[in-house]
Design a protein around this ligand. Sequence first.
Ligand code: UD1
Length: 418
Amino acid sequence: MDKLRIVGGQRLQGAVTISGAKNAALPQIAASLLSAHPLELTNLPAVTDVDNMLAVVERHGAEVTRSAHGARIDTGAAVSKETSYDTVRRMRATMLVLAPLLARFGEARVSLPGGCAIGARPVDMHVKALATLGADIDIENGLIVASAPKGMNGARIVLGSPSVGATETAMMAATAARGETEILNAAREPEVADLAACLNAMGAHVEGAGTHRILIEGDRGWRPATHDIIPDRIEAGTYAVAAAITGGQLELTHARLEHLASVVQLLEAAGVSVWPGDRGLVVARDGPLRTVDITTEPYPGFPTDLQAQFMALMCCAEGASLLRETVFENRFMHVPELMRLGANITLQGTTALVRGGEPLKGAQVMATDLRASVCLVLAALVCDGETTINRIYHLDRGYEQLDRKLHLCGAEIERISA
Ligand code: UD1
């Protein structure tokens, strides 16, 4: 397994190109199964989660033609099939093929994701949304068996909480249901709005995505489509922390301020400057870091996918800060690894108390999930001496060429192939 070797202490300076959003790409690849017409996606990030999702739709019979940052997905010959435990276990987002397969073929069998590294992550709201549209759902031998042989009917779906995945499942199913669907308490994440834009390009009629109320007029017929994926706000936020933690200055090419309002607000409170540049956002710090308290929330609140990165940042600010995780239980796997680098963190339930300001020191650490891994990379950039991060395949799932992008801005970082 590959490792990263990082020698801390370099101020990062330069420009970083922000790739397309992984979390927008995954549901859109799944959505290609709704229609028999080809879907061309551009600005696809080159990350292994995207490779895996494309492999999933290929296994369902789609023909995929890749280009450098794009893919043409032709599902004309797709056939309804089972999605195995092995694929869903490796990537929970595989669940997103359930609604398109059900909508297109009247049946789908997708393995239940089961437990996962960041909490229980149930799929009850996905299942309930499909049932509300008239699908029969059974759980058999660890599989979700969904059927709607006569198609689904539009309905009002009220989500218990604004789950991103359940909103996407409901939206995709509703585009193929007869009549109108209203989704209330919908997730407002930019990735949900981008899925709606992609579905509309494919011929659907979705309104209000990006707000808590989405209206869908179903069964409008499909057409060939091309869609350009939005830039990755989590990748942008991660490089913003890289600039802040090293006291450097980075231009985040393509990053969109409107997707990062809560993140920019906290960066500024922490003593970091952010301003719009010609090609995106510029992030810089030359004064001391200040402590801030952080609570993760559904969008437009502060994203859980940046909690670990901000914890690394707070380890470098003099004083105490509280980080509260409200979206997922058990999303603090990075804490013991940060402590191996000398961080002073106390965990109590879903809150972490960080006492920052002591210098971090390089050590051997292990990556445990995507965002936890990148938080260790950020901390390593300011450690005294050398840090080796093991098991970095997690990073490759969601960050395109992280080591190369950091190296180009002056980080002393090297990938060691096993
Ligand atoms: C998506 C993102 C992930 C991000 C998360 C929250 C993708 C591919 N992944 O994950 O990176 O961290 O949003 O912003 O887009 N829940 C239930 N029942 C359900 C569904 C969810 O209880 O049926 C719970 C989850 O356990 C979790 C919370 O709702 O506690 C939020 O999950 P959700 O928004 O669904 O996250 P994902 O779509 O899985």
